[in-house]
Design a protein. Structure first.
Length: 256
């Protein structure tokens, strides 16, 4: 394993997590995994949409924002294993994982690692904007794409980094993370093994990569319930649909 998993749970949490909304005694913790090129700050607008009894945490991938000098992960598993270690220190309360696009794959691997290494199941695995195992693109030509092609792709998808990429000085900071993430996905094959956790799939109804077969490919992962909710919009539907998405999500995660 390339990344060090030693040290305390607190050390791991300080490295991998940014607390977006704190709760003194949360009934639930929601850990959120960003997309290709994304960072923990993507989830900052969710703070005001999160109930006071929920702690909202963004995952800090290496090579961006306040981890800009940290080396990129080479594989999805290399990302997921230390994140799972950090999550293992939060299991005194129910823990749900939310991942968008690439983040869905990292969240999936993190849930698998928590079960495999720590014997703990998450309250829910919530995957957004990502086809299920067997239907996922492997990164394809974007792993080695040129700068202009990557900028055009991010603009077409509607990612929050699109505006920043118009500025040459910011482009130099952002493009390496985008390229590293596509290289990571290019060699990733999601396992079909079942988790103990329920699975919820969210997606935009105009996302061209999320037809019914692509969504249903998540079914074998669900160890209990499986559900799908579509929202108006494309791949980055959640930028405009965050209130409706979080209302739906927190309603699903209320205590029985």
């Amino acid at each position: 394993m390339a990344m060090d998993m030693h040290g305390t749970h607190a050390d791991a949490a300080d490295t991998w997590f940014r607390t977006v909304k704190r709760s003194p005694d949360p009934r639930l913790r929601l850990v959120c995994f960003p997309h290709v090129g994304g960072a923990a700050s993507f989830f900052a607008p969710w703070e005001k949409l999160t109930p006071d009894d929920v702690e909202l945490i963004g995952v800090r991938y290496p090579g961006r924002e306040d981890r800009l000098l940290d080396p990129f992960a080479a594989t999805v598993r290399e990302l997921a294993e230390p994140i799972a270690r950090a999550c293992s220190g939060l299991l005194d309360k129910p823990l749900a994982l939310f991942g968008h696009s690439m983040g869905a794959s990292v969240a999936h691997e993190t849930a698998r690692c928590l079960e495999r290494e720590y014997g703990s199941s998450v309250a829910a695995l919530v995957v957004s904007g990502r086809p299920g195992p067997g239907r996922q693109e492997l990164g394809g030509r974007y792993a080695e794409a040129g700068d202009d092609e990557l900028v055009e792709l991010i603009g077409r998808l509607g990612g929050t980094e699109a505006a920043a990429l118009e500025h040459p000085e910011l482009r130099e900071l952002i493009l390496p993370a985008i390229r590293a993430d596509y290289r990571l996905l290019a060699q990733y094959q999601a396992p079909l093994t079942e988790l103990a956790a329920p699975v919820v799939v969210y997606c935009g109804d105009a996302d061209p990569d999320l037809d019914q077969d692509a969504v249903d490919a998540w079914k074998p992962v669900a160890g209990s319930t499986f559900d799908v909710r579509r929202f108006d919009g494309g791949h980055f539907y959640l930028a405009d649909q965050a209130p409706a998405l979080l209302d739906d999500l927190f309603a699903r995660l209320k205590p029985a």
